[in-house]
Each structure stands twice: as C-alpha cells, then as structure tokens.
Design a protein around this ligand. Structure first.
Ligand SMILES: Nc1ncnc2c1ncn2[C@@H]1O[C@H](COP(=O)(O)OP(=O)(O)O)[C@@H](O)[C@H]1O
Ligand SMILES: [Mg+2]
Length: 222
C-alpha cells in the first residue's frame, strides 16, 4: 500500500487544517490513516520538509509516550514521501464528549487519569503540545489513550511543562465551561500524585507566571 486510493473503503474521519484522517481497513485491521496534505502557501521545498519532519516526529513521540507509560495508538506504518501514518484505530469515546455526559465522580476519575498521564509524559521529558479533550480517547476498558503528538517535543524544561498544562486549562475553560474548575482540580490531583507535591508545585508556579505574563501583555495592549 502506498497511497490512500489503494486502501479499501477509506472513509474521511476528519479534515483538519494540518492533516486529513481516514478510517480504513488495512490488512484486515481497522486503522486510522493520518495524511499531511501539501500547503500551497508554503514554498514547495519547505512544505515537504515540514510534512516529512512531522510525519517522522509524531510516531517517535507516540513511541516514547508508551515507554513513559502513557497509552498511544500502535503505529503500523510510516510513509515519509507521502506524509502518511497508518495507526491502530482506537475504539472508544472522545474525552470531550464523554465529560459532558458523565457524573461528577466519573469526571473526577477520568481527569485524575489524565493528570497522571501528563505527569508521566513530563517526567519523561515529553511535551504533548496540544492537550485538549479532543486528543484523548477513553477505551471500553477505561484506558485514556492520547493522540495527536504532531506539535509535541522532547523538552525537560519547567517552562514547557507549564505551557503544556496551561493549554489544557484553557481548553477545559472553553470546552467544559460548566465544570472546568472541578476538572482542572482533578487533573492536578493526578499530576501531583505522580510527580510529588514539591515537583508539581514548581510547575504550578510556572502556570501562574505564564498567566501573569499574559495579563501584563493584555494590559499593555489597552
Ligand atoms: N488512532 C485513532 N483512533 C481513533 N480516533 C482517532 C485516532 N487518531 C485520531 N483520532 C480522532 O481524530 C481526531 C483528529 O485526529 P488528530 O490526530 O487530533 O488530528 P488533528 O491534528 O487534525 O487534530 C482526534 O481528535 C481523535 O478524536
Ligand atoms: Mg487533534
């Protein structure tokens, strides 16, 4: 299999700004094909470089996340010239949808697991880069699988960890505004339980600093 048209019955799952995702049957497996499409506004050579880099980089980070103890989809194939990744289709429900229909205790349980996983990534020097509840899937067995490492990086710095968690906070505020505070508390509870209070508090200090900087920039604009 080289190109998408050779895959049986590929069905579009999502057409995003950066990539298109298809669900397909590949060697009798249900898979997701993530294909990075050319961007006309970028010079051709640069565009190819960016797409190749992300196509290689994303599966590498997914692999490292597994090593860190965070579930991610199995990668079946990487095709750099075509900028596509073939990975396991994760059965389950997007955490974004799940949280809206869950009870308070279910929300707590899910968010604690999310916090634990983020702490495991950070402890391992991994930054997810796009922590939103759309990029997490709960399996029928209750595992939370993280996807979409396209904006991730290897970085041990407190600043990067703070930004990662700050982004999740913003995502919770905009997507789950009825109970974002409660969800964030549960996430931090899980995060602290893995990293320990001392290390976790340093990251929380960073989040506060990032927010102060944000407010300062806003005030200067007025
Ligand atoms: N392996 C997978 N199995 C099942 N669903 C997936 C898988 N990968 C992605 N998805 C779903 O598709 C959506 C878009 O994929 P994602 O990798 O986040 O692309 P984008 O960069 O466009 O956000 C995700 O939010 C997730 O719900
Ligand atoms: Mg995504």
């Amino acid at each position: 299999m080289d190109t998408i048209d050779k895959v049986d019955g590929a069905v579009l799952l999502k057409k995003g700004a950066e990539a298109s995702l298809f669900i397909a049957d590949w060697h009798r497996r249900k898979v997701v094909i993530k294909m990075r499409v050319p961007k006309r506004y970028r010079p051709k050579e640069l565009d190819e470089q960016i797409r190749s880099y992300r196509t290689v980089h994303e599966p590498q980070l997914m692999h490292e996340a597994k090593t860190a103890g965070v579930p991610t989809p199995l990668i079946y194939m990487v095709n750099v010239p075509e900028s596509l990744i073939v990975m396991e289709y994760v059965e389950g429900q997007q955490v974004k949808q799940l949280l809206n229909g869950a009870s308070k205790s279910e929300r707590h349980e899910v968010c604690v697991k999310i916090g634990e996983s983020i702490a495991k990534l950070h402890r391992h020097g991994l930054i997810h880069g796009d922590l939103t509840t759309s990029n997490m899937i709960q399996t029928p067995q209750g595992k939370i699988v993280f996807v979409d490492f396209g904006l991730g990086e290897k970085n041990m710095e407190l600043e990067a960890q703070g930004v990662d968690l700050h982004l999740l906070k913003r995502a919770l505020q905009s997507t789950h505004y009825q109970f974002w505070e409660e969800c964030l508390q549960s996430v931090l509870c899980g995060y602290t339980s893995v990293l320990g209070a001392l290390a976790a508090e340093k990251v929380y200090g960073k989040i506060r600093e990032i927010e102060r900087r944000g407010r300062y920039v806003e005030e200067r604009k007025q």
